[in-house]
Design a binder for this molecule. Structure first.
Ligand code: NAD
Ligand code: UDP
Length: 313
């Protein structure tokens, strides 16, 4: 008989995973963090290691895992374009084999399982904002495909396990999220801009900086994931989680410079292949079914993230 819920977080040593582990411990759960530390870092979970209800296991989710748990958050997968394109085949394997292994575990233990999917399943979208019903425009053979198609296939597997084996699933489509513990060199735009601004180096706009993104602060996102897991089994998703406030990358650069008080300049560089021109979540479904919406304004979240980077780098 277990009084505390036993929760597995794959990718728990990463940016989002480490925040989720901390949140679940604070909620009174036993947390098993599984990570191969490809992009994660022990530093992210250093503060949790002394908690007797926290356990760390070095393991690659492309291999089967036999543990006893009540809930699984499947976050293992490199998330930044630089990291997921570094070993593209391994990225697809992590999403697809990782999903099969974790779904197998969920089926055997009858655990609820949540998949960290992504707005990238929409590809370079023709509609703005993107609702869950939009089927997407993904290039199956481009440099982002290992991530996008891997995540799409993982969603397919989740829904097939649900239909075929009655597995209790939750699929969250996460939009760009930022905050403390982002990897300083993973190439994502918020960390790139802050690190460069703090070092007085030029901020590089890929293309002309007119492409848009919508940035969600990490605490808001974690709240959304926890609410989705707690929702009734009928709430399978897919469900968008993100901040609907959309800005151009040029505006983000200007705000980062203003908030850091930096004298960095803006320069332009080549636009990567298949870089989506716009991205903004339609979050009506999350509002209705989870009573969830982001609470942290962009400037507040950027200030907290800048403070984190200022202290460390
Ligand atoms: P991250 O790179 O910081 O974390 C990913 C973690 O997974 C790392 O700790 C890494 O070491 C681990 N990992 C990678 N491959 C693994 C494997 N084969 N076995 C075990 N562990 C493995 O990225 P993040 O931003 O924290 O993203 C977490 C999840 O959320 C990912 O699945 C990502 O696709 C999804 N997501 C994130 C965002 C975002 O903006 N942060 C947006 C959409 C989706
Ligand atoms: N970007 C940029 N300069 C940088 C890093 C990224 O202009 O130093 C752009 C990138 O081309 C994309 C957007 O910022 O249009 C967001 O990039 P990121 O890698 O953070 O995530 P994506 O949403 O593309 O997965």
């Amino acid at each position: 008989m277990h009084l505390r819920k036993r929760i597995l977080v794959t990718g728990g040593g990463g940016f989002l995973g480490s925040h989720l582990c901390a949140r679940l411990l604070a909620d009174g759960c036993d947390v098993l963090c599984v990570d191969n530390f490809f992009t994660g870092a022990k530093d992210n979970i250093l503060g949790l290691l002394s908690d007797p209800h926290f356990e760390l296991m070095r393991h690659d989710v492309t291999f089967p895992l036999y543990v006893e748990v009540d809930e699984i958050y499947n976050l293992a997968c490199p998330a930044s374009p630089v990291h997921y394109q570094f070993d593209a085949v391994q990225t697809t394997k992590t999403s697809v084999h990782g999903a099969i292994n974790m779904l197998g575990l969920a089926r055997r233990t009858k655990a609820k399982i949540l998949q960290a999917s992504t707005s990238e399943v929409y590809g370079d979208p023709e509609v703005d904002p993107q609702p869950e019903s939009y089927l997407g425009r993904v290039n199956a053979i481009g440099p982002r495909a290992c991530y996008d198609e891997g995540k799409r296939c993982a969603e397919t597997l989740f829904f097939d396990y649900h239909r075929q084996h009655d597995t209790s699933i939750r699929v969250a489509r996460i939009f760009n999220t930022y905050g403390p513990r982002m990897h300083p060199n993973d190439g994502r735009v918020v960390s790139n801009f802050i690190v460069r601004a703090l070092n007085g180096e030029p901020l590089v706009l890929y293309g002309d900086g007119s492409q848009t993104r919508s940035f969600c602060y990490v605490d808001d996102l974690i709240e959304g994931l926890v609410r989705l897991m707690k929702a009734p089994d009928s709430v399978t998703g897919p469900i968008n989680l993100g901040n609907p406030q959309q800005i151009t990358i040029r505006e983000l650069a200007e705000r980062t410079i203003a908030l850091t008080g930096s004298d960095s300049s803006l320069v332009t560089g080549p636009l990567p292949a298949d870089d989506p021109a716009r991205r903004r979540p339609d979050i009506e479904l999350a509002r209705e079914t989870l009573d969830w919406q982001p609470m942290v304004a962009l400037d507040d979240g950027l200030e907290r993230t800048i403070a984190y980077f200022r202290e460390r780098f």
